[in-house]
Design a binder for this molecule. Structure first.
Ligand SMILES: [Zn+2]
Length: 469
């Protein structure tokens, strides 16, 4: 398997630390608001990567944090506390906000067939681990106390910008004009490990520490949570491309200073989802969530399909037109699959051949678009129905598009057999033709015929949906 490594800026052959095992870490959400579908693109691609590793025979352990404390509105420790802002906005407590948005996040993930990582750990669970690492960094001279906060001293490192390409302007990204610079910092890029002199009088969550009552900075949590569950050596660390600096840069700085050796070998970064005007942000225009696209009649899996059609290292441009197109393609694909009869006996050797081809194709730097092309190739290929369905089922272990389920795209949650689903799909096609030919009597007759079989159809923006009466 090959994977692009942001550290070396090359596609490299993946080599794990412990034979057959992969220790994988994902930066989780800051649970102060809904997840944007752009953030979810990252989680979809990380999900594909994890499933691809399993598909290739690795035993994967994946850990994710939940940021429920310490993340300020600028990633560089300035601005307001995101959790506190969320609580004020909704007149709730910080913990209520955290609980609610954590649940919403995992429900969105479930709708997109994103598997929950093996370990999910909220930052507020790990205060002793943070204190231990910070104490050690102070002892080793990598951290200092100033203005009653503890900071990491970036000047102690021979190489701080491990991902390259960063310059001082990056620090200004996301910093609002009314935010004053932290004069306690010895170097511009130093970052907070522990706040005691909080600028937020009403900071909700505080803990006792050797340096006074306070709370952890954002970056420290990923280092501690990953080491708690994955040990001192990690194979793959994932996140969005916007996490590279300062978040991942700081994670590496403190982790490797603490450990005294290299920490993680491969860094996997997923690029942005943009709208036509540029980067999508939560403050601009419509806030795109899974629920919103669902309300507009889209199947969340059509969004997953949309993201799989492009490469994770390229920015993806979102528009409703593009999503319409992906939805239509996805629907057609599912219809084609629904019509493949489950006839004959599964030829395991053939399934294995396609499995290897898929592993090789998608395994070339998570090339999901080529994986979908291969899926079409398999559908076109001359083999018996049962084998073909087995191949599709096998690919779906990675793609997770419910390709054989009858039928999420049109009949979400329907518990009907494939034969009936194929029949309904065929009738819906027939009715579409009738409507096109303005033969509304025939269209109505088809609707009634389906109703007699207990199937209700609905015309939606995305096309015709159906469900059991
Ligand atoms: Zn992180």
């Amino acid at each position: 398997m090959n994977i692009y490594n942001s550290l070396t800026k090359r596609v490299e052959e993946f080599k794990e630390n412990v034979p057959g095992k992969v220790a994988m870490y994902t930066c989780g959400p800051t649970v102060y608001h809904f997840a944007h579908i752009g953030n979810l693109r990252t989680y979809i691609m990380e999900d594909v990567l994890e499933k691809l590793l399993r598909y290739s025979g690795y035993d994967v352990k994946r850990v994710m944090n939940i940021t429920d404390v310490g993340h300020l509105s600028s990633d560089a420790d300035t601005g307001e506390d995101k959790m506190l802002a969320g609580a004020k906005r909704e007149h709730k407590t910080v913990m209520e906000i955290a609980k609610y948005y954590t649940e919403v996040f995992f429900s969105d993930c479930a709708k997109l067939n994103i598997k929950t990582p093996d370990v999910v750990e909220p930052a507020t669970n790990c205060i002793p681990e943070f204190i231990k690492m910070i104490s050690s960094l102070l002892e080793k001279g990598y951290a200092y106390k100033a203005g009653e906060n503890i900071y990491f001293d970036t000047s102690k490192l021979s190489e701080y910008y491990v991902f390259g390409n960063q310059n001082e302007d990056d620090l200004k990204v996301g910093v609002r004009e009314d935010v004053t610079e932290d004069t306690n910092k010895r170097n511009k890029n130093d970052f907070v490990l522990w706040f005691t002199k909080s600028k937020f009088e009403d900071q909700a969550l505080k803990w006792d520490s050797p340096w006074g009552v306070g709370y952890p900075g954002w970056h420290i949590e990923c280092s501690c949570i990953s080491m708690k569950h994955l040990g001192e050596y990690m194979d793959i660390h994932c996140g969005g491309v916007d996490n590279m600096f300062p978040h991942h840069t700081n994670e590496i700085a403190q982790s490797e200073s603490y450990l005294g050796h290299k920490w993680c070998n491969y860094w996997f970064h997923v690029h942005h989802l943009n709208d036509e005007t540029g980067k999508m942000s939560k403050s601009k225009g419509e806030f795109l969530t899974v629920s919103l696209i669902e309300k507009k009649g889209y199947d969340p899996l059509a969004y997953r399909f949309f993201t799989l059609q492009s490469h994770y290292r390229k920015p993806l441009t979102f528009s409703y037109e593009a999503l319409d197109q992906a939805s239509a393609t996805f629907k057609k694909l599912k219809n084609r699959i629904a019509q493949i009869p489950a006839e004959g006996e599964v030829d395991d050797a053939v399934v294995k051949q396609w499995h290897d081809k898929f592993e090789q194709t998608v395994g070339n730097d998570v090339n999901t678009a080529m994986g979908i092309t291969l899926l079409y190739d398999a559908i076109k290929e001359d083999m018996n129905g049962a084998t073909k369905r087995a191949v599709i089922d096998d690919f779906d272990k990675v793609l997770s598009l419910d390709l054989l389920k009858a039928d999420t795209a049109q009949g979400a949650g329907n518990d009907v057999d494939d034969e009936l689903a194929a029949f309904v799909e065929a009738k819906i096609e027939e009715r579409k033709e009738a409507k096109k030919a303005k033969d509304f009597a025939k269209a109505d007759a088809i609707r009634n015929e389906l109703l007699e079989k207990g199937i209700v159809i609905e015309d939606t923006r995305e096309g015709v949906k159906w469900h059991k009466a």
